[in-house]
Design a protein around this ligand. Structure first.
Ligand SMILES: [Zn+2]
Length: 133
């Protein structure tokens, strides 16, 4: 198996795993995107090979079972996440794989964002300001 930095499987290996049948994630191999919030990585179409679109594209390899809880560095335990989803992912321990998968499937960081009168707020930071009337 090809490995990337830190001995982890490459984003491409991870994407191919989750794009397989019955995995539940919407992974389009031609279009690198966060498995949580769906945020696409822009300007990757210039690479003819899909693998090159995923290589060093800026997505993180997020652990489902947290590495601190002994989550292994294997494709089954890693998902492509944007930095915001990876940062906001709760720590899931042993036996919580399905809960972790559900967190990703439910939209990642979007679950923690709140809509206020000012706009979209995450951890007290105004991410998107709504236009005032
Ligand atoms: Zn995301």
């Amino acid at each position: 198996m090809a490995t990337g930095t830190h001995g982890l499987p490459s984003l491409w290996e991870i994407a191919k795993y989750w794009a397989g049948p019955g995995k539940g994630f919407c992974v389009d191999l031609s279009r690198p995107a966060c498995a949580g919030c769906g945020c696409p990585v822009p300007n990757r179409e210039g690479y003819p090979e899909f693998e090159d679109r995923w290589t060093d594209c800026g997505l993180h390899r997020g652990h489902l079972i947290n590495a601190c809880a002994g989550g292994p560095d294997v494709v089954e335990n890693l998902v492509p996440l944007c930095p915001i989803c990876n940062y906001n992912m709760p720590v899931f321990g042993q036996g919580e794989l399905q809960a972790a998968v559900d967190w990703v499937l439910d939209g990642g960081w979007i679950q923690k964002a709140k809509i206020t009168e000012q706009g979209l707020v995450l951890h007290g930071v105004l991410l998107i300001k709504f236009a005032s009337q």
